[in-house]
Design a protein around this ligand. Structure first.
Ligand code: NAP
Length: 335
């Protein structure tokens, strides 16, 4: 039974790319349980791009990480001890009490998740979790994907992008194009995930590369990257095209104001729709999403990859590696 927790705290607000020295790992005694509380030992921690925003000021209404306090983030853990009727030892739970090995907290902070045969528990942080739901919501609700659409996914080899591309294919897209940051990732998109074609955005001009692989243009863009990728997508979109603005990871470490797309008049000429979304606003879709994705997983129609770092002391490296493009699929920390 853990009596202490090791937890990561923000020691300083990063400027530009975070440095290991901006974080501190501390050990704390866990308090004894009071009525209604549970003790959870985390098994997997999630590291996600939105955390970079929380290291600064705030993110979509969520408060910034406080200096010298434990950071929050997705975590899957096991109940070790319970003084709540809702949970028993051994239950698998999801929480936002990540970046730490263990936590004592009120039962309301945890959600029970079912163990699914042949699907690792970590999937609740990726394919069956927030990134998966983001891909599903962005394509189906925000971009209004229709069978026959040609779809472009930027940042396609990551947690969200790799699922967005596959969901587009499974929902009848005529073609699925992707961009990623290495030749290995490009091969993963076309050879394993079934993308029609993909390009390495570090190898040439993004607009030219997209035009080469999508000669008939695109109808939908699922944008994870922003900047040059968004500008290229606007150029290549066909009339009545739609963009789901999921994120702009190319700008998260920027120290100067990012440049906006220079081709905004294309929106008028081509009657385009660009719509941003926050996955947290779409929790009502979770049951439908989980049912559909679980079926695709069981049928072997949807695959996913995880990049795993072992040990709480590797969490900062995992976060930095994910931001630097060293992960394929979902980046996780295993405890
Ligand atoms: P991820 O794609 O697994 O990891 C981030 C990836 O971004 C890196 O691995 C890297 O891959 C790429 N990247 C980093 N800097 C880049 C740059 N300058 N230009 C192009 N690509 C760059 O992360 P994720 O969790 O799936 O998130 C993807 C996007 O979705 C992020 O923008 C995130 O903020 C957003 N998101 C939004 C919501 C929402 O509710 N709207 C929810 C979840 C995630 P490469 O090797 O390809 O460069």
């Amino acid at each position: 039974m853990p009596t202490t927790s090791q937890e990561w705290q923000l020691a300083a607000r990063p400027v530009g790319r975070p440095a290991p020295g901006d974080f501190r790992l501390v050990e704390r005694e866990l308090p004894p349980l009071t009525e209604g509380e549970v003790l959870v030992h985390n098994r997997f921690l999630s590291v996600d791009p939105y955390m970079r925003a929380l290291m600064g000021t705030e993110h979509s209404g969520s408060p910034a990480y406080q200096l010298g306090r434990p950071m929050s983030g997705g975590a899957v853990g096991e109940v070790m001890e319970s003084r709540s009727a809702r949970f028993a030892p051994g239950d698998l739970v999801l929480s936002d009490l990540g970046w730490r090995t263990a936590a004592v907290a009120p039962a309301a902070r945890f959600t029970e998740r079912e163990r699914i045969a042949d699907v690792p528990d970590s999937a609740y942080l990726g394919v069956l979790g927030m990134p998966g739901l983001s891909a599903y919501v962005g394509l189906t609700e925000i971009a209004g994907l229709r069978a026959g659409d040609a779809v472009f996914v930027s940042g396609a080899a990551g947690a969200v992008g790799s699922l967005a591309g596959q969901i587009a294919r499974l929902r009848g897209a005529a073609a699925v194009y992707g961009s990623a940051g290495s030749t290995e990732k490009v091969a993963y998109l076309t050879d394993t995930l079934g993308f029609t074609a993909a390009f390495d955005y570090k190898d040439g001009d993004v607009r030219d590369r997209l035009a080469e692989i999508a000669p008939h243009g695109i109808d939908v863009c699922f944008d994870n990257v922003g900047g040059e990728h968004l500008e290229a997508a606007i150029d290549l979109l066909n009339r009545d095209g739609r963009v789901a603005l999921c994120g702009a990871v190319s700008e998260y470490n920027a120290t100067t104001e990012p440049r906006g797309p220079r081709n905004m008049t294309e929106l008028v000429k081509k009657r385009l729709t660009l719509r941003g979304f926050e996955v947290g606003d779409h929790a009502a879709l979770r049951p439908r999403f989980e049912r559909e994705v679980a079926q695709w997983l069981t049928a072997g129609q949807l695959v996913f990859r995880e990049t795993v770092e072992d040990g709480i002391d590797r969490a900062v490296e995992a976060f930095l590696g994910m931001m630097d493009g060293r992960s394929v699929g979902k980046m996780l920390v295993r405890l």
